[in-house]
Each structure stands twice: as structure tokens, then as C-alpha cells.
Design a protein around this ligand. Structure first.
Ligand code: AKG
Ligand code: FE2
Length: 336
């Protein structure tokens, strides 16, 4: 909520986040991404049908209904098909992911990078900690072993907590936007304003203390911050939210009738450690060395294909050759 009285950098410094409205053009930036993902869903349906896992390819259904039908019939969220990232372990030479040109176009969007530049300077690296999150209405979703929807609300965390210690000094910034409007009932981000001033908090693995909604997974115990002060950040198509890496945040459940579809991308100053160095980043903007900027979506895709080949040789069969998590079990903060 940028107001005339507060500029972007001031609000970011004080609150640890800022929402800037109308940065991404829905027609030229967001619609082509949605179009591209129709092909991804097609591929998923073709693969699952060929494996006998679904009763039809559901070609006649619109995107949302087709996705929901597939999740229901298989009992799984096939998030990896859509994501522009890879799992931390068990990657196979053919693990699916999506790094299409319309997606890349958003990563290097000038309006987006203009705000990133205001916050971290003009030498901007695309940090590979990045995800697409497509969350259907929870009422239509199958449940996991804990009785929770297979893809639901995100538990409390700081993005600093998801990178390794090598990135402790990195000025990483998170950008979050949705491809569809995300009103409160669709499960937008929720943030604890000002919580970025309290340093890195303990993240507990498989924590049970934050109530049934967030059972399991890596998260910050609620007693370590002031949850009462949290605010939801609903967005319209085109708005972008910028988060400080130590801002405590999570997201709400999708209790609407619409899918909730967001991208979270991160940037840091060129040369700083990304905290996930085995994954590929790239120079998104450089005033000092403009020819180093990546503008070829095929090269971006190739960098992830190469990464997949590397990952298919490490972190297999329960091994932890390349660490992704900084947190160990047994911290006193994690007792319930
Ligand atoms: O979209 C969500 O549910 C969580 C996103 C998030 O944690 C992030 O963008 O850092
Ligand atoms: Fe996050």
C-alpha cells in the first residue's frame, strides 16, 4: 500500500514489506504465462492418462476445473510439473519442471526490476529460490496423511530461513505476485509488519505447536513473534509485494471458489551468495555491465536442464551430499 506520503524504500525499511500496485501488465505479462501453463497442464494430463492414473485427459474442462479433477483423481498435487525449480533430493534425469519464455519474461520485467533496483541497487542477480504456487480451493482438494489439503496455507517463516548459512550476508529480496486476483478468501500472503527487525528466528522441522492448520513442515513457533499483529495482503492482477528476507510471513488458506496462483521470485546484488548455489541464477540487470544481462529464455531453460543433470547425481537415496537446510532438530525453541 504505497501512499503519496511514504515512498517505497521508506515503507520497506520501516515495515519490512511494500505492496506496489499495477506493476505488471496483465495482458502482456500475465496472460501469456497463463496461456503457457495450459500446455503444461496438457502435458501432465497426457502423462497421467498414459500411466493409467486418470480416467480421462479432461481436455474439455477449463484450466481450474481440469487441474482440480486431476488432483482429485490422483490424490496428489502435481506441483513439480508447474514449478521453475527442482526438488532438493531424488531428482531424476526426467523430473518435470517449467521454465518457459513467458515465465522468463516476468523475471526480467523492467517495471519489476525498477522497484527491485530501488531496494537493492542496480546490480541485480536473479536468485534461484523461486516458485510457482497453484492452490485450488481447499474444499475441492484431497487430503494428505495429516488430514490436511495436499497443497494449502504456508506456515510462518522468514525467507532467510530457507537459504543456507553462506547467504547470511546476502541482501536477498522476495517479490510475490499472483496471476489472478487474490482477495483474502483466496489465501494471499500474510505478514507481520516490522518483524524484520528481530533477526533470524528459529525454524523448527516438523513442528506441531502452531496448531493443526500447520502441522508438520518447517516453521517458526508462534511464541517467537507477535502473530496478533499480522495482516493479510490481498492483491489484484499486476500488483507486486516485496518482502525483506527477515520478515515473518506465511499465507492464508484458499477458502474461495477460485484457484490461487502466485509466483515468488527473489533477487540479490550480483556476486552475493544465493544460498542455493547448485541451482542456477542469472544477471537480471547490470548498469555496470549491461552485456552480462541474460535475455535469452532458451539459455535460462538450458541452465535448469544442466542443473537437473547435476542434481540427478546427488542427494539420492536419502543422502545429503548438497545441503539445502540450515536447521537441525532439537533446538530448545522447538519444544512444544
Ligand atoms: O505464496 C505462498 O503461499 C508463500 C509464499 C512465500 O512464502 C514467499 O513468497 O516467500
Ligand atoms: Fe516465504
Amino acid at each position: 500500500m504505497v501512499t503519496a506520503t511514504k515512498n517505497i524504500t521508506e515503507q520497506f525499511a520501516e515495515q519490512g514489506y511494500v505492496k506496489v500496485e499495477g506493476i505488471l501488465d496483465p495482458e502482456t505479462v500475465l496472460d501469456p504465462i497463463i496461456e503457457e501453463y495450459h500446455g503444461v497442464l496438457d502435458q501432465l494430463a497426457t502423462d497421467l492418462f498414459a500411466e493409467g492414473q486418470i480416467s480421462s485427459e479432461f481436455k474439455d474442462l477449463p484450466f481450474d476445473k481440469r487441474l482440480i479433477k486431476i488432483y482429485q483423481e490422483t490424490g496428489q498435487a502435481h506441483a513439480q510439473y508447474f514449478d521453475f525449480s527442482l526438488p532438493f533430493s531424488g531428482v531424476r534425469p526426467d523430473t518435470p519442471f517449467w521454465t518457459g519464455p513467458a515465465v522468463f519474461n516476468a523475471f526480467v520485467n523492467d517495471n519489476l526490476l525498477d522497484v527491485v533496483e530501488q531496494l537493492i541497487g542496480p546490480e541485480i542477480y536473479s536468485n534461484p529460490v523461486q516458485h510457482v504456487r497453484i492452490k485450488p480451493p481447499e474444499k475441492f482438494l484431497p487430503s494428505d496423511d495429516n488430514g490436511m489439503p495436499v497443497i494449502g496455507a504456508t506456515a510462518w517463516h522468514q525467507d532467510h530461513g530457507v537459504v543456507t548459512e553462506e547467504a547470511d550476508e546476502t541482501n536477498m529480496i522476495t517479490t510475490w505476485f499472483s496471476l489472478t486476483d487474490t482477495p483474502v478468501e483466496s489465501g494471499p500472503l500474510r505478514v507481520v509488519p516490522g518483524s524484520h527487525d528481530d533477526g533470524l528466528l528459529t525454524h523448527c522441522l516438523d513442528y506441531e505447536g502452531n496448531g493443526p492448520e500447520f502441522r508438520g513442515g518447517r516453521q517458526i513457533p508462534e511464541r517467537l513473534f507477535t502473530k496478533d499483529q499480522s495482516v493479510p495482503l490481498p492483491t489484484k492482477r499486476g500488483d507486486v509485494i516485496f518482502l525483506h528476507k527477515q520478515l515473518v510471513h506465511g499465507s492464508l488458506a484458499n477458502v474461495s471458489d477460485q484457484i490461487r496462483w502466485s509466483f515468488d521470485l527473489r533477487y540479490n546484488p550480483i556476486g552475493e551468495n544465493t544460498g542455493r548455489e547448485i541451482f542456477p541464477g542469472f544477471v537480471a540487470r547490470s548498469k555496470a555491465n549491461p552485456e552480462s544481462e541474460l535475455r535469452d529464455p532458451d539459455r535460462w531453460q538450458k541452465s535448469w536442464l544442466d542443473c537437473r543433470s547435476r542434481m540427478a547425481k546427488v542427494n539420492q537415496s536419502g543422502m545429503d551430499d548438497v545441503p539445502f537446510s540450515r536447521w537441525e532438530d532439537g533446538h530448545p525453541d522447538c519444544e512444544t
